[in-house]
Design a protein around this ligand. Structure first.
Ligand SMILES: *Cc1c(COP(=O)(O)O)cnc(C)c1O
Length: 493
């Protein structure tokens, strides 16, 4: 008889710690429960996404799981089983070929399990005494990624929560760098194709109004960059993109680097998407000029197939990381540092920090550079094939970049621009609400002659190396069918 509550609800019988003597046995048992729950949730969903749309998905979830904080708990096994199966049945599955909207990668099984190990061991990378081996591992992996990015050994890499944090820290480093060598408030210069997190980082840091350059519709124009930098009388940070979110476009990095250098600006490349073309012997040349950057954002939760999160910020001169130095006696006292205990606090703007490096290290060791390169190649090659197939039946505005392809169903060809946009958007929503497919959308500037300023496209982002033409043909047919019936309906209205 337990001392508190009933046997099942006693906190003492449920509060087994993962690292306790009996902990790993419990972890093994509960992992089995969670995996079975994922299987049953997956079967229940039976497709890439839950059907019914936001209200119904929320309602089903509440009916199953409320109250979320019961007065008396149900126990670990029951809670895991109920919660994980409900979450799984209500999730989208990025490993399904029809889940193809975003830079939302299907994670590798081994990386997901490495994340479980990271959670059980729970090292925290804010001090060596909480993370003796993972802090070392992070340094090793960080240096090798920087070597890959810059082609020399002076760089280093910080692990972040993703491209958003990486871009923020890059701008922070640039500002602190100039603070010490060149007075005046730093201006951000980027093209209008830059990720929203870039202007947001400038906002968070309180920088003055960014200079946003118009593109030629796709990529940054080096001459426009040159003219903009001419007009800035003070320090500047230039941000170019390698793999835009909407179109996968890569800015002309070499010219941008040269222009930035001419004006003594900090050159940052947001390669959150395209950075790991570096793994590929065939595609890495697309990143020519990347090695001239002062800092580079990359995301291993895109190409890299890591569970969230696995963001990176590479810096070409690791001494500059000292700009993030901060002293907290309980974590990095001077006498500890002098005695040889690594000071880790300047490796992040966070304090407590997960060892995201563990899953990355497992993946690198398991697949090697060539294995990862082959996965990148496969995604890019498959995208080209898929585009060929689309071109034969639908409308393709331009050749795909990296692994992104934009298109419109042929059913909208004869519609007015506004109506066509409407049909495209609705087609995407219908497939999502039916749980049939998760497809992206992108809005592009229209060609000069067209009536409205922008056009809406459907978007495939191929991050699944197993997604090929064969698997996508049925989806393309279904998209065309839905678009065609929506067009019919709209015509009659
Ligand atoms: C994904 C992406 C980001 C944002 O990265 P998160 O990991 O989502 O924070 C920034 N820039 C580009 C170009 C991206 O593709």
């Amino acid at each position: 008889m337990a001392r508190y509550g009933t046997e099942e609800s006693s906190w003492e019988s449920n509060a087994v710690l993962s690292g306790d003597t009996v902990g790993l046995t419990e972890v093994r048992k509960l992992s089995e429960v969670a995996v079975s729950a994922m299987e049953s949730g997956e079967n229940e969903r039976g497709g890439p996404a839950p059907s019914g749309g936001p209200a119904l998905v929320a309602q089903r979830f509440d009916e199953r799981l409320a109250p979320y904080l019961p007065e008396v708990g149900v126990g670990g096994e029951a809670a895991l089983s109920q919660m994980v199966s409900a979450v799984s049945s209500g999730s989208v599955n990025p490993a399904d070929p029809s889940c193809i909207a975003h830079l939302h990668a299907p994670p590798l099984a081994m990386a997901a399990v490495a994340d479980l190990a990271a959670s059980v061991l729970n090292p925290s990378l804010d001090s060596w005494d909480q993370a003796p081996s993972t802090s070392h591992l992070e340094q090793r992996i960080g240096r090798l990624i920087a070597d890959l990015a810059f082609g020399h050994e002076h760089g280093d890499t910080l692990m972040t929560t993703g491209g958003t944090e990486s871009n923020l820290v890059a701008l922070l480093l640039a500002r602190e760098h100039f603070e010490r060598i060149r007075p005046g408030s730093m201006r951000l210069v980027c093209a209008d194709n830059a990720h929203h997190s870039v202007a947001r980082a400038a906002w968070i840091l309180g920088l003055s109004e960014p200079v946003i350059l118009p593109t030629d519709g796709r990529t940054l124009q080096p001459e426009a960059l040159d003219r903009a930098l001419d007009r800035i009388d003070g320090p500047a940070v230039v941000v170019a993109t390698a793999g835009t979110t909407d179109t996968g476009d890569i800015d002309p990095l070499r010219e941008a680097a040269r222009t930035a250098r001419k004006h003594s600006a900090w050159f940052h490349v947001d390669a959150a998407y395209g950075g790991f073309l570096l793994f590929s012997e065939r595609y890495r040349d697309c990143l020519e000029g990347l090695h001239e950057a002062d800092s580079v954002t990359m995301d291993l939760h895109k190409f890299g197939w890591q569970p969230l999160a696995a963001g990176l910020l590479c810096v070409s001169d690791r001494r500059r990381l000292r700009l993030l130095d901060v002293r907290a006696d309980y974590l990095n006292a001077d006498d500890d540092t002098e005695a040889g205990f690594p000071d880790l606090l300047h490796r992040s703007i966070r304090t407590s920090r997960r060892p995201d490096v563990l899953k990355v290290a497992v993946t690198f060791r398991a697949l090697g550079r060539s294995g990862l390169g082959a996965m990148v190649d496969r995604c890019c090659d498959n995208t080209l094939e898929i585009a060929e197939h689309i071109r034969a039946k639908m409308d393709l505005p331009f050749e795909p970049n990296i692994s992104t392809v934009l298109f419109r169903p042929s059913a909208v060809r004869s519609l007015s621009p506004a109506t066509a946009d409407h049909v495209v958007s609705e087609t995407r929503r219908i497939l999502l609400e039916r749980g049939r497919a998760v497809i992206g959308r992108a809005t592009l500037p229209a060609k000069q002659s067209a009536g409205t300023a922008t056009r809406t496209y459907l978007k495939f982002t191929v991050l699944n190396p197993w997604t090929d033409t064969t698997r996508l043909v049925p989806l393309l047919d279904e998209i065309e069918d839905v678009a065609s019936s929506v067009s019919e309906r709209v015509r009659k209205e």
